[in-house]
Design a protein around this ligand. Structure first.
Ligand code: BEZ
Ligand code: FE
Length: 273
């Protein structure tokens, strides 16, 4: 079948010829793909209106504490794709994954070995420790290690007024051997916020909103590329179907158990900046 209205696409693109170079390059590709999408799907006017209505509701759901567009990008795999383009992990470099919407900015600094809990949790105690090194395996002293996770009720402190602010999140610095260590509880799987347009889309597409249990890490040091990643627990039933496609096999850990305390030892590698 002949392409519908091809000269329209070329006209839209030609009108950007005086635009800023990178913006023009990106918007040209966006227009080409959007037009190709409309043609290939034989998009009806009702469907296009429904799409615009969906994006409108997505914007309306956004607030200081809620970023529905990031959730949408996450559940469509775009966040992981953009992350993969930016952060190629070579030899000695830990793989990255999504930041997610629950990183809450600067968090309290604790000392090596401290607990990140600000209240008791009815979960199994977990110690996480290891070394931060560069691509050549040389320890990085004083690297900033930021960690965060949900409570056993499947909520982050920023989602739950009953939790003390800063509960289950903290910042550590690696010691003179490049090592970090902290105490926490075994993380649990949890649903991403699904009471908005992204959640409705998941439901209508026959998908669940769950993420497998994980602890978030953001590791930074001068002259190195900041590493944003998670460690996932082996055996979680959502590892194969993470709602945001964030799981990579190299990030799955199996805690060792010593009496009632679990321990994860994991070394991270940072790329040169
Ligand atoms: C998270 O792991 O915190 C997260 C990531 C993407 C979307 C929602 C939550
Ligand atoms: Fe998370």
């Amino acid at each position: 079948m002949d392409e519908v209205f091809p000269e329209l696409t070329e006209d839209v693109i030609a009108r950007m010829k005086n635009g800023e170079p990178r913006l023009r390059e990106v918007v040209t590709l966006l227009v080409r793909h959007l037009h190709a999408f409309a043609r290939e799907a034989s998009l009806t006017q009702d469907e296009w209106r429904a799409g615009i209505d969906f994006l409108t509701r997505t914007g309306q759901k956004c607030s200081e504490s809620r970023q529905e567009f990031i959730l949408l990008s996450d559940i469509l795999g775009v966040s992981m794709l953009v992350d993969a383009i930016a952060n190629q992990a070579g030899h000695g470099v830990t793989e990255s994954t999504v930041l997610g919407p629950f990183y809450a900015g600067p968090q309290r600094e604790l000392n090596k070995g401290d607990t990140i809990l600000l209240r008791e949790e009815n979960g199994a105690p977990l110690v996480m420790k290891g070394r931060i090194a560069n691509e050549s395996g040389v320890s990085i002293v004083g690297a900033k290690v930021e960690v965060w996770q949900t409570a056993i009720n499947q909520l982050y402190d920023v989602q739950d007024h009953d939790q003390p602010r800063g509960h289950l999140r903290a910042t550590f610095r690696t010691d003179e051997r490049g090592e970090y260590e902290f105490k926490t509880v075994l993380p649990v799987s949890y649903p991403i916020p699904s009471d908005g347009p992204a959640g409705q889309l998941l439901q209508r597409l026959g998908r669940h909103p769950f993420r497998p249990a994980h602890v978030h890490f953001m590791i930074s040091a001068p002259k190195y590329r900041t590493l944003v990643t998670h460690l996932f627990l082996a055996g979680d039933k959502y590892l194969e179907s993470d709602a945001v496609f964030g799981v990579k096999p190299s990030l799955i850990v199996r805690p060792e158990r010593n009496n009632h305390v679990h321990m994860v030892k994991y070394d991270f590698g940072l790329a040169w900046g």
